[in-house]
Design a binder for this molecule. Structure first.
Ligand SMILES: [Mn+2]
Length: 291
């Protein structure tokens, strides 16, 4: 398995200069860095080339994470919103090719975080999203990109809350590069059995996020890591395991992740780096049985 981390652990906005984080995660012992997709279509082409070169020079690769804004919702009943979403992904895939990115994961089939002040049409959004994800997924396939649909807890999304729903959804989509994505934080809310959910995804598991129940780095809480690692090995998962810790209040990240207290007294970069380096050693040991 490949072990990575999402850049937003260190940042408070949905976008950043990713170059320093590429160098950092290589130094801390990771195989890849997950970058936020929100600003990518605005980056100059040279920046994309620089990111690719920096990753390659540092012996790591990049993946994309994305929580679509409400105006890029592929389940929307408004054709203008759906078109806006498709145009965003089509441009993004061209840019992924320049950056050598082959995985995108998140609530790509909908928008995030869900706005529950509005009425929810789950059946209608599901049907529209299946058709639209199929179309976007086919384009992703042409660029060699796996389009991974993240199962979210009920407070953040309403289309895919369990792995069983996600498997049904990707079966309806019927494209081999449109896959299920699980995240231990969301699974902890919705799944009866963490290992059973992983087995339910089986060969359709395309991307995996890790974090404790309160989104601290793996190893600092009560998540059943041994059982999770065992289940991933059982299904022969050889893909990306990206930790997605969030520990700081503030900014867009703190607001959207709902962090209303700092998780540590010491939030210095040195402390965050040390915890990340410990966590990747821990995760390798739990998932691969090696340090
Ligand atoms: Mn996640």
């Amino acid at each position: 398995m490949k072990h990575g981390i999402y850049y937003a652990y260190w940042e408070d906005m949905w976008g950043a200069d990713y170059i320093p984080y590429i160098e950092k995660v290589a130094r801390l012992g990771f195989d890849f860095l997950e970058i936020g997709c929100a600003p990518i279509n605005e980056f100059p082409i040279q920046t994309l080339r620089d990111l690719r070169k920096c990753a390659s020079d540092n012996g790591v690769f990049l993946t994309g994470g994305y929580g679509p804004s409400a105006d890029r919702d592929m389940g929307s009943a408004d054709p203008a919103v759906v078109k806006n979403a498709k145009d965003f992904y089509f441009e993004l895939f061209k840019r992924f090719e320049i950056m050598d990115i082959h995985h995108i994961g998140g609530g790509l089939y909908s928008y995030w975080p869900a706005d529950y002040t509005k009425p929810i049409d789950k059946a209608g959004d599901w049907a529209r999203s299946v058709a639209n994800v199929r179309e976007v997924g086919r384009v992703a396939r042409d660029y060699g990109v796996n389009f991974c649909l993240e199962v979210l807890n009920r407070f953040e999304g309403y289309l895919l809350n369990t792995c069983e729903e996600a498997v049904r959804f990707v079966d309806e989509v019927g494209e081999e590069n449109v896959l299920v994505m699980l995240d231990t934080f969301h699974m902890n809310v919705e799944e009866d059995d963490m290992a059973e959910a992983i087995r339910c995804a089986g060969k359709k598991l395309g991307h995996f996020h890790t974090g404790e129940c309160n989104r601290r780095v793996p190893g600092k809480g009560r998540m059943p890591w041994r059982e999770i690692g065992q289940a991933l090995r059982e299904i022969g998962y050889d893909g990306c395991c990206c930790m997605e810790p969030f520990v700081k209040m503030g900014g867009e990240v703190g607001r959207d992740i709902r962090i209303w207290h700092n998780m540590y007294d010491d939030l210095s970069e040195e402390k965050l780096d040390r915890d990340a380096a410990d966590a990747v050693r821990f995760q390798r040991y739990m998932f691969d049985g090696q340090m």
